[in-house]
Design a protein around this ligand. Structure first.
Ligand code: 26Q
Length: 801
């Protein structure tokens, strides 16, 4: 399409003028962004159409990835890169005196997700398309994505996010593919031709309108689809109060729920879940129908994956469709459904497992509830035959018990595959969290260790490192990330290590500029950049990190001869708005930051920065600038983590517990190239069985701990005395559920090992190199290929294109 810079520039200028109605000279950066976005989308459209046609005519098996979250971030540069036109655009822009970086800044992050789970879905879409696999996303087009975070006087304040304010160039509204979703009402049954037929009467109908986004594969002509559903009023409302109906309808896709296990049982959340699932299944079946007359072989041509239990109603919905709308009997419908659906679990925290009270579920989704009841009845009967008289076991495994629907149980029973997201996580699921189910369905359980797309998290976000790598080992790693291993040859190449350190230095400088522009705080780019960026959760233990910083402050103050390698501690984290403890930790970090940074004696050695509004676009600047990657969750609690992989791929060294995918990072890089500390998952599980440990003793006997904890409540920060009382109590009075004090000493020790290691620069960059070299395994291409081969049984068609 763009054969030369000249041709591109001409078309771009014409486009800007046509779209904006201004002369090019008068056009704004936003006009230019809009024009470029449109051109790129149109460019991708040709392959989008041919990919769809090719899927339709070849009849290849399709996978649909259902997820309540897709944390995409920005798409402009990502699409330019994958389409292979970023060079021509960049050069042409330079010739026109336009900065592509400035234009990129105008795109709002599509923040339709909270964190790990949503970002994983986005990485998976990129890998599916880049491997030429027929896989599509189905999600919700939230009007408001994850809230924007402001820090005011050290406190988190949430502002509504509005990514669609200036429109979104990548989406295409497809009104002719809209479907209607019924809620409320009741079910009547009649006998027709000797068969029970169910009618949903007096239902309130919501129209689901799809907005499609192209998912561009890396230079391979594949363009898959992300279909996001928008909730709109139906053309034939039965409601009298039409405005109220409109408001209530639109509220279904109004906002993304912030990850908040304290805020369960909201009816709107369940409505969102069914809305996503029902709209997606209807549209999947409709497109299947274009090639097949009956649904008898549906599971041979379609795979539906559910990202955690949030879309688990896909199981009863597909059953409902097959039985009520297609006339299948239960057994046949059940077989088709279970063979179609597979499920990923993302958590071991039992408090995070979804459960819905019947009193909410049944009135909202009367037909689906009847079906879930029937699934439960049949499942309990089977259990009764296998374990006669074992009431306790059956009650523990039932899908409906204690007036609640247990979504994870529904997922386990109604799918053919259940996977965890890291080896240790899958083992914990099998042995501890779901052993009863593992006993009944041993073959369903499998592991798929998470991955990240190296195209966004290395090639796009760290172009200098990407070039350095390509110069050394050729650019083969882009198509085959496991080739990064060839870098192992350069371990003793001091010139290469020197260049590696220079790239890091430049990336640190860049981050410093961003931070200084935002906060006015000057930072030392030669200090160790020690970074913890992730959602704020007690189990992720940002608290351990900040307690250690307080301890360092005390050491520097107490002992004038104490000296350490200068360190910059950087945090980025959003707390769910209703999560009191998490918000207190944010306040503590900011309070400590102020105290440290304003004390000239201390700030010689350490500085502390809390970066406001952590999000995908900011993350792209952060990972390339990191030296140390903080992955310090209480062992057994972090299912996998994916930030750990992004840091590793950018040459940071992990400082972490043996939890989640840290364990697999450890196995790959070896003891020499990672800093581990703290209790193991087995230790934690053993201690928990004994009812925990005595946190008070650590407070009483370790003077470092006592000093730091006292400072939380003795007005040391010249704050209100009880400002951090809740944190103090969580540790001492409530017996420290997350083993913060228990791991404190070990954390202090490993932190001082980091200091020593950094002093030997040659050795440090060697470690950094090994991390990069071994990071190919954590590409989501590897993960997706495993899902494709072992769960979905789909194949690439790229050779045909
Ligand atoms: C639940 C109820 C009501 C509202 C929201 C939610 C909710 C929303 C999002 C619950 C959980 C989430 C997100 C969970 C998540 O991100 N889990 C992370 O998944 C990653 C990808 O597998 C793992 O790497 C992380 O370890 C895991 O914490």
């Amino acid at each position: 399409m763009f054969s030369s810079n000249e041709q591109f520039k001409q078309e771009f200028i014409d486009r800007v003028e046509r779209m904006s109605g201004k002369s090019f000279a008068d056009s704004s950066e936003r006009d230019q962004y809009q024009a470029l976005g449109n051109m790129v989308r149109e460019f991708a459209s040709q392959n989008w159409i041919s990919t769809n046609e090719q899927y339709r005519y070849s009849g290849t098996k399709q996978v649909y990835y259902l997820s309540i979250e897709f944390l995409l971030g920005r798409l402009l540069k990502h699409n330019l890169l994958n389409l292979g036109i970023e060079k021509i655009v960049e050069e042409s822009f330079t010739e026109l005196g336009i900065s592509l970086d400035a234009i990129e800044e105008l795109e709002a992050d599509a923040a339709l997700g909270n964190g790990g789970l949503g970002r994983l879905a986005a990485c998976f879409l990129d890998s599916l398309a880049s491997l030429g696999l027929p896989g599509h996303g189905c999600g919700i087009r939230y009007k408001h994505g994850l809230f924007e975070q402001k820090i005011v006087n050290g406190y988190q304040v949430e502002l509504p996010e509005h990514w669609l304010r200036n429109g979104h160039v990548w989406e295409v509204r497809k009104l002719d593919h809209a479907v209607e979703i019924p809620f409320w009402g009741h079910i009547e049954s009649t006998m027709e031709n000797g068969r029970l037929v169910f009618h949903h009467v007096n239902a309130e109908r919501i129209t689901a309108v799809p907005y499609d986004m192209p998912v561009v594969g890396y230079k391979n002509k594949t363009v898959n689809t992300l279909r996001l559903w928008n909730a709109e009023p139906s053309a034939y409302p039965i409601h009298k109060d039409i405005l109220k109906y409109k408001r209530e309808t639109e509220s279904v896709s109004e906002f993304l729920y912030p990850d908040d296990t304290h805020d369960e049982g909201k009816i709107l959340r369940l409505k969102q879940q069914y809305f996503l699932v029902s709209a997606s299944i209807r549209s999947i079946v409709r497109s299947y129908r274009k090639q097949h007359i009956s649904l008898q072989h549906f599971h041979e041509h379609v795979s539906i994956h559910i990202n955690d239990t949030h879309p688990v109603l896909a199981i009863p919905e597909l059953l409902r469709f097959l039985i009520d709308e297609e006339g299948y009997g239960w057994d046949e419908a059940w077989e088709i459904t279970t063979k179609t659906i597979s499920y990923t679990n993302h958590t071991t925290l039992s408090e995070a497992l979804e459960r819905w009270p019947i009193r909410i579920f049944q009135p909202l989704l009367p037909r689906i509830y009847l079906i879930v009841e029937e699934i439960n009845r049949r499942f309990c009967n089977e259990l009764w035959e296998r374990y006669p008289g074992d009431w306790k076991r059956i009650e523990n495994m039932a899908i409906i018990a204690n007036e609640e629907v247990k979504m994870a149980h529904l997922a386990l029973v109604g799918s053919h595959s259940v996977n965890g997201v890291a080896q240790i996580h899958t083992e914990i699921l099998k042995q501890r969290e779901m052993p009863l189910f593992y006993e009944v369905f041993p073959n369903k359980f499998n592991n798929k260790t998470n991955g990240i797309t190296h195209r966004r998290w290395l090639l796009k976000s760290n172009p200098q490192l990407a070039s350095l790598i390509s110069e050394a080992i050729s650019d083969e790693w882009i198509a085959k990330p496991e080739k990064l291993e060839l870098l192992m040859e350069y371990q003793d190449d001091s010139l290469f290590l020197e260049q590696l350190s220079k790239v890091k230095e430049r990336n640190k400088h860049k981050l410093v500029e961003t931070i200084t522009a935002k906060t006015g705080i000057a930072l030392d780019p030669t200090s160790i950049f020690d970074i913890q960026v992730k959602r704020l959760h007690a189990y992720k233990r940002q608290l351990l990190n900040v307690l250690h910083i307080m301890h360092l402050y005390n050491r520097i103050k107490e002992d004038s001869s104490f000296s350490i390698t200068p360190r910059t501690f950087i945090f980025g984290a959003k707390a769910s708005p209703g999560y009191y403890f998490a918000k207190k930790v944010i306040k503590l970090i900011n309070t400590v930051a102020k105290k440290v940074n304003e004390d000239s004696e201390v700030s010689k050695y350490i500085r502390v920065i809390f970066l406001e509004n952590y999000r995908v676009s900011l993350a792209e600047e952060i990972f390339p600038a990191a030296d140390v990657s903080e992955q310090i969750s209480t062992a057994s609690k972090e299912a996998s983590g994916t930030g750990n992989m992004k840091f590793m791929m950018n040459g940071a060294i992990t400082l972490g517990t043996m939890d989640g995918a840290n364990v697999e990072i450890f196995e790959r890089v070896g003891n020499e190239n990672i800093f581990t500390f703290g209790l193991s998952a087995d230790d934690v599980l053993r201690l928990q069985k004994q009812g925990g440990y005595r946190a008070m003793e650590y407070y009483q006997h370790d003077r470092r701990i006592r000093k730091v904890l006292d400072q939380l409540v003795n007005g040391f920060f010249s704050e209100e005395q009880n400002e951090f009382e809740a944190i103090f109590d969580s540790l001492v009075a409530h017996n420290d559920q997350y083993f913060v004090l228990r791991d404190f000493s070990s954390y202090v020790d490993v932190q001082s090992k980091v200091n020593e290691a950094y002093r030997n620069q040659n050795e440090w960059w060697k470690k950094s190199l090994v991390n990069i070299a071994k990071s190919g395994h954590f590409s989501s291409d590897r993960t997706i290929q495993q899902y494709a081969n072992e769960i979905w049984r789909i194949r690439s068609n790229s050779n045909v294109l």
